[in-house]
Design a protein around this ligand. Structure first.
Ligand code: PSV
Ligand code: MN
Length: 384
């Protein structure tokens, strides 16, 4: 398949919450024109897809995106040229979850959390979503606070019950995170823990790599490669980080890392939608305007992917076999150092799109329109 064909087939999922207001624990700076409902988030996601041509799905987060009728929300999305993607559960914001959700020492809280996970599968049935994405804020702040091993048992129990509720074409994606909000123990802190639970559950359980969820310096492409080999990589939550879980635009902090990740994907022939890896963004745009930031992020993933597709595989293979360290590295760097922007402009023209999605957005007047129209009501987000 040609590089252009592979890029034309690429799919990047945008997160509903990235269209809403967000901030740090110090302040949420509200922006004008931010969506007030899941429907308006879908309107914005549809604009991103229309301009980029490669972002046809939008992930929901429940209860942030709770609506009366999910089937209707799905058809609203369809009418705008997009589809609903992964359903993200949220068992981290109720007061009951102070000491955890599915790992909580109190069985009543665990039951409530499990009820939410099962409700998310009901929502998937209504939206036609394939993926249930689970991230647990569960953990401990102090040594002795709870029994680490018992919490693993509780986690395994909740995962097993949720897993058994999945339909034949549904998957469970388990996301790990080193720390935050818990600072001493996190119950799913790393890919090994997620991998072990998913392996025990069965083939419908797979691991999510959020690129911001590792210790500094972690070799993420190694994790990608390992999980691909094991058939256990389900999805990415792409974003950039300088320090911790910064949730900045993907490709902003370390475009070379993004390239290295996409290189592993291309090597494993896992870019094709049929390979089943969901390439999602999980970002917060605290300072920058949201829609153009999401467009930029999609383009950054596309650029890294194009470079990865340009790696001269036979030259790389020959250099590796010959043990030619310098040449092997040079082959990879040649691809990384290629300016792929002309190729991507050409691709967009072939696809009937404006070659410059950012400029097209600016010229569309959409930003001014939503500022004028989205007056009153409550902007989506955390507290702005
Ligand atoms: C947790 O930090 C996380 O990465 C999970 O994916 C959550 O669903 C998401 O962020 C919430 O923004
Ligand atoms: Mn995430």
């Amino acid at each position: 398949m040609s590089v252009k064909d592979a890029l034309r087939e690429q799919r990047i999922e945008t997160p509903s919450w990235a269209y809403g207001n967000s901030g740090t624990r110090f302040k949420v700076f509200a922006q004008q024109g931010v969506p007030r409902t899941p429907y308006e988030k879908i309107d914005d996601a549809a604009v991103v897809h229309k301009l980029t041509g490669v972002a046809p799905t939008v992930a929901l987060h429940i209860p942030w995106d709770r609506v009366e009728d999910y089937g209707e929300l799905a058809s609203y999305a369809r009418d705008r040229g997009v589809a609903l993607g992964a359903i993200n559960s949220n068992v981290f914001q109720d007061d009951d979850y102070k000491l955890g959700s599915v790992c909580h020492p109190d069985a009543a809280v665990r039951r409530k959390a499990l009820g939410h996970l099962l409700e998310c599968v009901d929502i998937m049935d209504a939206t036609g979503s394939r993926d249930l994405k689970l991230w647990f804020a569960d953990g401990l702040n102090y040594p002795g606070q709870d029994d680490i091993r018992a919490r693993q048992d509780r986690l395994a129990e909740a995962l097993a019950q949720t897993y058994s509720r999945l339909g034949p074409d549904q998957r469970m994606l388990l996301e790990y995170k080193l720390f935050e909000p818990a600072f001493y123990v996190t119950d799913v802190p790393d890919w090994g823990t997620a991998f072990a639970h998913c392996s025990q559950l069965g083939e419908k359980a797979q691991v999510v790599i959020d690129t911001g969820h590792h210790a500094p310096g972690t070799n993420i492409e190694f994790i990608v490669s390992f999980l691909l080999r094991a058939g256990k990589l389900g999805a990415f939550d792409f974003n950039s980080r300088f320090y911790a879980d910064d949730d900045l635009m993907v490709g902003a902090a370390d475009p070379f890392q993004l390239f290295r990740i996409m290189h592993e994907i291309v090597l494993a022939d896992a870019l094709r939608p049929a390979a089943g890896i969901a390439f999602m963004l999980d970002q917060c745009h605290n300072l920058e305007p949201k829609i153009p930031a999401i467009i930029r992020s999609v383009l950054n993933v596309q650029e890294a992917t194009a470079k990865a597709l340009l790696v001269d595989r036979s030259a790389l293979d020959a250099a590796q076999r010959a043990g030619d360290v310098l040449e092997a590295n040079a082959v990879l760097m040649d691809a990384y150092n290629t300016d792929v922007r002309p190729l991507l402009r050409e691709l967009r023209e072939d696809m009937g799109l404006d070659p410059d999605p950012t400029g097209a957005y600016r010229r569309s007047g959409y930003a001014e329109r939503i500022v004028a129209e989205r007056v009153g009501g409550e902007a989506a987000g955390w507290g702005a």
